[in-house]
Ligand binder design. Sequence first.
Ligand code: EPZ
Length: 424
Amino acid sequence: MREYIRVRPNGPLKGEVTISGAKNSGLKLLAATLLTKEEVTISNLPPLKDVNVMLDVLQYLGSKVERIDDTTVKIKNDNITDYITPIELMNKMRASFVVTGPLLSRFGKSITYMPGGCSIGSRPVDLHLKGFESLGAKVHIGIDAIDVDGSGGLKGAPIYLDFPSVGATENIMMAAVLAEGTTTIDNAAQEPEITDLANFLNKLGAKIRGAGTKTIEVVGVKELTGGSHTVMPDRIEAATYMVAAAMTKGDVLVKDVVAAHLIPIIAKLRENGAEVEINEDEDQIRVIGADKPKAMNIKTLPYPGLPTDVQSQFMTLLTISEGDSVVKETVFENRFMHVAELQKMRALIVTDGNEARIKGVDKLVGTDVRATDLRAGASCILAGLVAEGETRVHDTYHIYRGYYDFEKKFKDLGADLEIIKVEE
Ligand code: EPZ
């Protein structure tokens, strides 16, 4: 049975949407549980397919996983018997590569697999592997297996990242937690997910300072204890619904957010002409879309810059914003796969390398489009909310990976959105 998402224009989105826990933090917190033998409870996990894949990887390695409710798990890793990860599960989700650091730390050894690239780029892991070598591990790359041997024991070291890679920062931080001595990571990624992971590890007894800045210091400890942690809100999911409000000239209250994680998104929506109000506790944001959204230039950058994960959503907004806009993607080498889909809907976009020039049009026109990655898939839905006629978004599996309960969340805001099942 195949399916597609049918979207029809239905006026401005109005109402409230509650944001789920951050996928890109929850996956790493789960991997980090491998670092301790004690019981750990993690709550506000988004019940997404990728989270289930990570739980499957942990259980394959010997984790005892108890699901307390839809968004809470209790994990005990006192009986991890294997450091060889399951290739068929690892290939399902590149983020599972982040178990390498914890396994290396716990066992002094890990056998994982070269994560597949995906539509947005080759996604190498050279920075991760260089970091492990700096800690004294030996890396051997087979046909697709990566054997990281730290059986001589890991020793803290100064590490410089050529690029502030989120995954490399997380993997190396977790490899350093039980190493002997102190590790510094310079030019580290500063994304809030890094801080969420460091806060979690410090609760378990790790000694990490500077997470969220360019320099992270990890003082190795003998072992970690147990504890519990609540996953931070998903800033990219929040940004997606905020842009949807701006697209439809709507009035939407986004709840359970951390406004400080959304500063570039708030600034750019205001530049586009939207009204954006933050409540006193800075955990709710109201977005009122402009009658005439205005063209603007956007450039994606590592945090605290505008996140690459909101680039396709903002580009969709710019296709119906009055005037000429320029979008520059500096994080991934091929993150314009959504351009062709928007062009099918009569958007006026010309790309040249990692730059896209957009001329705002009065109307997009609905047609058949496909999700090329999870954020591009969400952008097809946003386009369908305002396009004339019916938009049918195919390859919906991408969207389920990053947007928990998106069908209900959009419908509760008044969107005319249905999941249509089709006999093959
Ligand atoms: C994380 O991917 C996120 N995924 C991505 O979100 C996000 O787009 C990205 O960070 C940037 O913010 C998860 O957290 C699961 P990177 P990651 O390592 O860690 C290059 C989504 O939509 N690089 O910061 O893989 C790499 O090729 C996903 O939720 C190297 O060259 O991102 C890319 O061009 C998509 N060598 C750039 O760095 C390396 O060893 C950023 O990659 C590692 C990365």
